[in-house]
Design a protein around this ligand. Structure first.
Ligand code: JFZ
Length: 474
């Protein structure tokens, strides 16, 4: 085995430090300085806060705001890029963009239906944009009237309705809040077309006058907040700017998780958008991901990921110790695009049967199945050894159990990497049918039925003696 993989795969305290160091170099994207730094070694309170998060594994991200109205087009032109960035990409003046508020009337919005979709999808938490970079709040704010209650004909507090529906369904709810970029506020970051360059702004005036009080509102008016999802921490590494937010959160709701994009270490690491690390990460982490190529709704992006792709990514992520926060962008009428609903519900049907391999499951004890670095010594775009991913199977774990998920029929007799544990039993998760196995040179050979039982993904449970795999041969 090449040394990099051996190092990445090893466990134990000293090795863990190496893993963490490599992990964070793998997670950082030059030019996007938003990646979470390694959280400090976890304190017990933090571990406690993270418990539900580790159980949950799969969440629904919702990007919704005024940008759903233009839906990717401005003045008859298709604006390239992600939908919620249209104000920036088309350089729309605040005064013009703000007029969208007068048209925002999502009469088909039904919070209960959104929560039902998340439940059907097998998702265990929801995170919604409370205020994105455009500065418009989806709830009634006393700090600014640029919000859904004060500025739109709709006049209903969307976050309140969603918080109530979530409470009823016992669905943890978190809020995305753009703490640094605010293209509506003269002193917020990002809007240089109306307000000039950021370095001439009184950024702290914006933070103290809008962002901090709005975060206080979110933490006091909507019941328990499962997590706060900060983003694009421009200019946040000056003085105590980021710390001021941590202090507000810890004081008002000590159990609320903080993501990795505040500007100081949060409770977990947020990877780059759609970036799944190549290996197991020894820290709590989450990948925010799109279901097509945009977060906010774009009328002409129909490139939906398939249910099979979603399930592969979810199991892949869980086998590397992470969480999957998968996004939908509701339309301006309040309906989540039907194709996203179909994809999520189809993946959810698989999870109803096979969820035991996902929820609360730990990472793979192996790693052989993830891929290997290119033998030619090639480097990826970040200068890291290029990893050639394999996608045939993944392993997730619970005490005494391995869940081997097959995404394709094994081409040869299927062998698990060598372990000293005794295999007690093997069976298919979907229907409990026993799976024949034998042990050869310390390796467990599973006789996987052909054609494969569920072509989307078939889980075989392997029960072992002892709580965890011990690698090697006896
Ligand atoms: C940010 C936002 O700008 C975007 O609109 C969306 O909300 C997304 C979830 O987050 O975009 C980013 C932030 C960080 C990276 C990429 C896109 N990154 O670190 O790779």
């Amino acid at each position: 085995m090449p040394p990099l993989r051996r190092r990445l795969r090893s466990r134990g305290f000293a090795a863990g430090t190496v893993v963490a160091a490599l992990a964070f170099s793998l997670l950082s994207v030059p030019g996007l300085r938003t990646q979470g730094r390694a959280p400090e070694p976890q304190d017990p309170a933090q571990q406690k806060r993270l418990e539900w998060f580790h159980q949950a594994k799969y969440g629904l991200f919702i990007h919704w705001g005024l940008y759903a109205i233009p839906a990717g087009e401005w003045q008859g032109r298709r604006i390239p890029g992600i939908g919620e960035w249209i104000m920036n990409r088309a350089r729309i003046p605040v005064r013009e963009y703000g007029q969208l508020a007068g048209q925002f009337n999502p009469v088909k919005f039904d919070a209960g239906e959104w929560v039902k979709l998340a439940q059907d999808a097998g998702m265990k938490y929801i995170v919604i944009t409370s205020k994105h970079h455009d500065g418009f709040a989806l709830y009634q704010s006393k700090v600014s009237t640029y919000d859904v209650v004060d500025a739109t004909p709709f006049g209903r507090d969307i976050l309140k309705e969603l918080a109530e529906a979530c409470a009823k369904a016992k669905m943890p709810l978190g809020f995305y809040y753009s703490q640094a970029q605010d293209w509506h506020d003269p002193n917020g970051a990002g809007n240089d077309w109306d307000f000039g360059p950021d370095d001439r702004k009184d950024f702290d005036k914006y933070l103290r006058g809008k962002a901090e009080p709005q975060v206080r509102e979110l933490l006091t008016g909507y019941g328990p907040v499962a997590l706060l999802w900060f983003d694009t921490p421009r200019m946040m590494n000056v003085g105590d700017r980021a710390r001021r937010f941590t202090d507000i959160v810890r004081k008002l709701q000590p159990d609320t998780l903080i993501d990795g994009r505040l500007g100081v270490a949060g409770d977990y690491v947020t990877t780059g958008d759609n970036v799944i690390p190549p290996d197991v990460q020894n820290t709590a982490w989450e990948v925010p991901a799109t279901i097509n190529h945009t977060w906010g709704y774009k009328s002409y992006d129909h490139d939906w990921k398939s249910p099979g792709t979603i399930i592969f990514k979810l199991v892949d992520i869980v086998s590397k110790g992470g969480n999957y926060l998968l996004n939908v962008g509701p339309r301006a009428d309040g309906i989540i695009p039907e194709p996203s609903q179909y994809v999520l519900r189809s993946a959810g049907a698989w999870l109803k049967v096979n969820g035991e391999a996902v929820y609360g499951a730990g990472p793979t004890p192996f790693g052989d199945e993830l891929g290997e670095p290119s033998s030619k010594g090639a480097k990826d775009l970040r200068g890291q050894p290029l990893m050639l991913a394999r996608t045939e199977w993944r392993v997730t774990t619970k005490p005494g159990k391995l869940y081997v998920t097959f995404f394709a029929e094994p081409r040869a007799p299927f062998e698990l990497p060598a372990m000293t544990n005794t295999v007690k039993r093997a069976y298919r998760l979907a229907d409990g049918a026993p799976v024949d196995f034998k042990v050869q040179d310390g390796k467990t050979v599973l006789n996987v039925e052909r054609p494969i039982y569920d072509p989307m993904a078939t889980v075989v449970v392997v029960e072992i003696d002892g709580p965890a795999v011990i690698r090697g041969t006896r």
